[in-house]
Every structure is written in C-alpha cells, then in structure tokens.
Design a protein around this ligand. Structure first.
Ligand code: NAD
Ligand code: UDP
Length: 317
C-alpha cells in the first residue's frame, strides 16, 4: 500500500493552512483529489496555501471548528489536523487548544458520521508525556502532568483519542488515530518557537543557539514528506487503534544544535537557557506497528531533510 492507491475523491483537511496540513493538501492535489480546507488561522498562514487558491479542486473555508460545520456534498475522507502544535503556541492559547481538541473534534467526528466517511485524527507523542518507557510503543499509557503548562495540549489530545474511540465503538465509524512525533520541514513558521525553526534562524543570523537545559534531552525528527506518506497509508488501512508515525533516529538537543551550526557553516555559539517545565527528557517512537501494518518506513535522512528545511528558512529572509 502507498499514497498513490488513495481513492481520488473529495477530502476535508482541518488545519490545512498549518505546517503539516498544507503539505498534506499539496500531496492530495498532486494525487488528483479534491481538497476542502477548514482553518481559522490561529497558528496557520494563508501563504502556506496560497499556491492552491487558484486551483478549481481546492476550497478554503475560514472558520473555527469549535462551531459546527455544515458542508454540502460527499466526502471520501477527513483528515483532522487542526490544533496548535508548538509548545510556544499552545501555551499562548491554552483554552483554544483544549477547545479544538474537545468541541472541535466532536464537531468533525459528527461530520464524518453524517458523510459516512473515514476520519483520521492527528494525535501526538505528547500523549506519552515525559515517558518512563523508551522507545515509546502504542501500548504505553504515558506519564502526563495534567495541570502542568503542557497539560492543555496533552489533555486536548488525550480527549481527542478518547472521543474518537467512543465514536468508533458507538457508531462503528471508521476512525484512525495517528500519534505524530516531532516533524520538521519547509513551511514551519520561523517564529513558532520549536527547536528546528529556532536553531535554523539563529544559525542563519550567526546568533547564539539557545539550548534549553543542558541539551541532554532527546528528540527524534521526521521529515514532513515521510509523515504525509504515512498519513495517506493510515487512512487506507482498517485499523482503529493508535499508530505511531515518526523517525526513530534519536538525537540529543545539544548534538542537534552542533549539527545545525556545522551544516549552516555558521559562526554561532551555543548558549544554555532554563529548561522549560515538564520538557520531556526522551522521545523516540517504536514504529514497528506502522512498518508491519503499512510497510511504512521514513526514508529521509536528517542531514538531507535539514538541508531542505534550512534552505527554506533562508529563502524567507
Ligand atoms: P500548525 O500550528 O502549523 O497547524 C495547525 C493548523 O490548525 C493551523 O493552520 C491552525 O490555524 C489550525 N487550527 C487550530 N485551531 C483551529 C480551530 N479551532 N479551527 C480551525 N483551524 C484551527 O501545526 P502542525 O505542526 O502543522 O500540526 C498539525 C497537527 O499535527 C496538529 O494537530 C498537531 O497536534 C499534530 N502534531 C504535529 C507535530 C509536529 O511535529 N508538527 C507533532 C505531533 C502532533
Ligand atoms: N529547545 C531548545 N531550544 C530552543 C527550542 C527548543 O533547546 O530554542 C528544546 C526543547 O526544550 C525541547 C526540544 O528542543 O527539549 C524540542 O522542542 P520543541 O519545542 O521543538 O518541541 P517538543 O518536542 O518539546 O514538543
């Protein structure tokens, strides 16, 4: 199974003007599908979807999905991607983040029920909190600080998973849950506060790279095109339980900073800043389920993926 086998129908993408959503729209259009995006631009940008606006197969609905969405015509499937995702964004908009996961997800699941179509929802590795199991398998229940600063996002996504399973159990709705691990690539906002845009922009300006804590915490970075391929395989498979999507190549944040300075041939130095509260100490996906169910394996190496991303940031200057 690959993304090319996807039925060429009309798809709804919530959060389609965001980083991941816009790449997903691009791929769907390339495959010959029709795409409807609903987005309120809380963290997304019109520029991300600007190239699609003249395409007769593309429709934009500017709307907050915490309000019910009426849509005429049929749908072949829904990709529910809407939610702030960067820690800086969701800490700035904690109530909006909880609402989109709760009311927004309920509305969109209801729409899938009306349209009798499959729905894929974007959950996250944050479900695992500061994980005590490593690498993280889908069977791990997590270690989440409900009332901490990241709680608004973690609990929003845990509710998203719970309500998705409830729709599946009560109505037999064909639902898919993906747990996305750190994903990067072109079209990330330069100011979203995540580590990839921060380090790339700092290196480009020959400014100090801000490593939080001692930089011993780890992350595993997946290139956005690999993620999109995974998403388009998951919607086609008949599996309602969560599936991890991420690249298991793990790096410490300090190593990551050094790598970016070298790649950028930058004169930047590393400075250390306070580690944010509840920052997960490790994060690495066990992707054996995605491999065996979907034949999916993220193929982009970090060096090449970072180069594409860095070139994108350079082009924004
Ligand atoms: P993003 O912030 O770039 O995109 C999210 C989009 O959702 C934005 O366009 C935003 O305007 C829209 N949105 C938010 N609330 C909305 C609402 N109430 N109504 C309508 N639109 C709304 O984030 P992203 O990195 O593209 O993440 C996309 C999805 O993937 C999110 O659900 C996120 O939780 C999940 N995810 C991403 C990553 C990652 O590393 N990028 C990791 C884990 C999970
Ligand atoms: N980080 C950092 N410097 C920065 C931004 C982030 O050291 O300028 C660290 C952050 O503390 C975390 C990791 O990089 O350990 C990834 O952060 P990001 O915000 O990208 O996503 P997270 O994985 O925490 O959701």
């Amino acid at each position: 199974m690959t993304s090319s086998n996807l039925a060429k129908g009309r798809y709804l993408v919530t959060g389609g003007a965001g980083f991941v959503g816009s790449h997903l729209c691009q791929r769907l259009l390339d495959l010959g599908c029709e795409v409807v995006v609903v987005d309120n631009f809380i963290t997304g940008r019109k520029t991300n979807i600007q190239p699609f606006l003249g395409n007769s197969k593309f429709t934009l609905i500017e709307k907050d999905i915490i309000e019910p969405l009426e849509l005429s015509g049929g749908l072949a499937g829904i990709f529910h991607m809407a939610s702030p995702a960067s820690p800086v964004d969701y800490m700035k908009f904690p109530i909006e983040t909880l609402r989109v996961g709760a009311m927004g997800s309920d509305n969109i699941l209801n729409l899938a029920l009306q349209k009798k179509c499959p729905i894929l929802v974007a959950s996250t590795s944050e479900i695992y909190g500061d994980p005590l199991e490593h690498p993280q398998k889908e069977s791990y229940w997590g270690n989440v600080h409900t009332i901490g600063p990241r709680g608004c996002y973690d609990e929003s996504k845990r509710y998203l998973e719970a309500i998705t399973m409830a729709y599946h159990r009560v109505y037999n709705l064909p639902t898919r849950i993906i747990r996305i691990f750190n994903t990067y690539g072109p079209r990330m906002r330069t100011d979203d506060g995540r580590v990839v845009p921060n380090f790339c922009m700092q290196a480009l300006a020959n400014k100090d790279l801000t490593v939080y804590g001692e930089g011993k915490q780890t992350r595993s970075f997946c290139y956005v095109n690999d993620l999109v391929e995974g998403i388009l395989r998951v919607i086609q498979c008949d599996h309602s339980e969560p599936i991890n999507l991420g690249n298991p190549t793990e790096t410490s944040i300090l190593e990551f900073a050094k790598r970016i300075i070298t790649m950028a041939k930058s004169s930047s130095k590393i400075v250390y800043r306070a580690l944010p509260e509840d920052d997960p100490k490790t994060r690495c996906p066990d992707i054996s389920k995605a491999k065996s169910l979907l034949g999916w394996n993220p193929g982009m190496d970090l060096e090449t993926g970072l180069r594409h991303t860095f070139d994108y940031f350079k082009s924004t200057l």
